[in-house]
Write a protein that binds this ligand. Structure first.
Ligand code: SF4
Ligand code: SF4
Length: 456
């Protein structure tokens, strides 16, 4: 790490990454197209008549294909986030910062913005010249052209990001008909401005100064983790091509020119390095041109030996990950659309039951009902297995909005001839329509909960 000696207050030196082809570049291009396709197409995916992935903030719901999560389901999100973090830890322990270099949206989208910048202003040398030159009509045209293209990209990206929060088909329909509401303009505008700033201007500074991952990667890497590194033993002393005493490095600075982080990998492993392998491709081409073996900059490990996969931290991460994914799968698989819970309450004076003058017996229960459906529902509460039982003290049926959690008290009354003892029975909650009949079609989502009734 090069933190000692770094002047963190120094003004930013703008980075002009040079275009470079190569085997890793092609792999990253392929991944970039695939991941951007996923990002832009996902909001258009329909599932059971609605958007498959939607964060409905006003409705306080998260739609994930067939799963509808409400505020009381945040443990699902916690498990998902912990699983994502563990995946990142595991990938980092094995493959270093491969996520940063190959899959992080910051890297991929910055590359897309740089590609457009290159169309308007040329490659590295031309861009440096243009920025240093005085303002002319040609320079203004190029800068405005770039800004217009970036704005279009930012707008498209903003619309896509907004489409994860507002139904994207409605957004586009409204936009096409010139109907703009405040929520739509604010959401699209926010994401558009953010993407212009983030990928057009802030770029590598986000990785260096904002992203926490760069900070704690040191704790996640060990001597067996994959890193991109320069082989100083082979490369030094660096020198010009004709220098007979030089090592393999011809000091062409190609590895520095292509680096999107603006660092020199020959100075050792640095916090800023996102392991994008642009310097590997660049140096391999120089090695080819100078008739030397490739690999002066390459994937390696801190120990210099091939990394072992079966090491304690990797095994622990994998075991935790498999356990968490198993738990998530179990919870999702066993999740019911309706939730019903019932607990018998103690009566004043510590009694479990009360007997009316005509011999009927009552118990009081505290009932919890949850509607996990994406729509409101009307529920008929009843009992099963307790002959002659009546429910009193509540308005039955009950109307529950989507995501509602309702707690209510109910008196259960049984006839005088009910035998003494503890009777097991079930509370039932059955969806009904406005006519009181069971809704037609679809699967039966009625639920029940076992409880006990005490007859003293
Ligand atoms: S690209 Fe290779 S040869 Fe050129 S300066 Fe970098 S390490 Fe040296
Ligand atoms: S040093 Fe190499 S691998 Fe690291 S960010 Fe720069 S170009 Fe990418």
């Amino acid at each position: 790490m090069n933190l000692p000696g770094v002047d963190v207050t120094a003004a930013r030196q703008k980075v002009y990454p040079r275009q470079m082809d190569g085997r890793f570049r092609r792999l990253r291009n392929f991944l970039s197209v695939y991941l951007q396709g996923l990002l832009f197409l996902l909001p258009w995916w329909q599932w059971q008549g609605r958007q498959a992935v939607l964060i409905d903030l006003p409705g306080r719901k998260l739609f994930l294909w067939g799963l509808v999560l409400h505020p009381q389901d945040t443990y699902f999100l916690h498990l998902l986030l912990i699983s994502a973090a563990l995946t990142l830890f595991c990938v980092s322990a094995v493959a270093g910062r491969m996520w940063c270099g190959y899959a992080c949206p910051q890297t991929i989208l910055t590359q897309a913005f740089i590609m457009v910048e290159r169309w308007w202003e040329g490659d590295r040398a031309a861009r440096i010249r243009l920025d240093r030159s005085s303002w002319t009509a040609s320079k203004l045209g190029r800068k405005l052209g770039k800004l217009a293209s970036w704005s279009a990209m930012g707008g498209f990206l903003g619309l896509t990001c907004a489409g994860y929060f507002l139904p994207i088909r409605e957004l586009v329909q409204q936009a096409l008909h010139g109907q703009f509401n405040t929520a739509m303009v604010a959401t699209v505008g926010f994401f558009t401005a953010l993407s212009l700033f983030q990928f057009g201007y802030f770029r590598e500074q986000f990785c260096t100064y904002v992203c926490p991952y760069a900070r704690f990667q040191g704790a996640m890497l060990d001597s067996d983790s994959l890193i991109v590194a320069y082989n100083g033993d082979r490369g030094e002393p660096r020198g010009k091509l004709k220098d007979p005493n030089r090592g393999s490095c011809v000091d062409c600075t190609m590895c520095v020119q292509v680096c999107p982080m603006g660092i020199d990998i020959r100075q050792g492993l640095q916090m800023e390095c996102i392991a994008c392998t642009a310097c590997v491709d660049a140096c391999d081409q120089i090695m080819d041109k100078t008739g030397q073996p490739r690999g002066l900059i390459s994937y390696t490990t801190l120990s210099g030996e091939p990394g072992k996969l079966t090491r304690p931290r990797v095994v622990i991460y994998l075991c935790l990950l498999v356990g968490l994914i198993g738990l998530l799968g179990y919870l999702i698989f066993n999740r019911t659309p309706l939730g019903l819970d019932a607990v018998r309450e103690m009566l004043p004076g510590g009694h479990l039951a009360e007997t009316t003058p005509d011999g009927q017996v009552s118990n009081i229960f505290s009932i919890n009902l949850v509607n996990r459906l994406a729509h409101p529902t009307r529920l008929q509460l009843g009992t099963q297995g307790l002959p002659g039982a009546q429910l009193m003290g509540i308005s039955n049926p009950l109307d529950l909005a989507s995501g509602d959690v309702t707690q209510t008290r109910v008196i259960v009354l049984v006839p005088a001839n009910t035998s003494r003892g503890v009777h097991k029975f079930f509370f039932t909650a059955r969806p009904i329509d406005s006519d009181g009949a069971q809704p037609k079609g679809g699967t039966d989502i009625s639920c029940q909960k076992e409880a006990t009734f005490v007859v003293p």
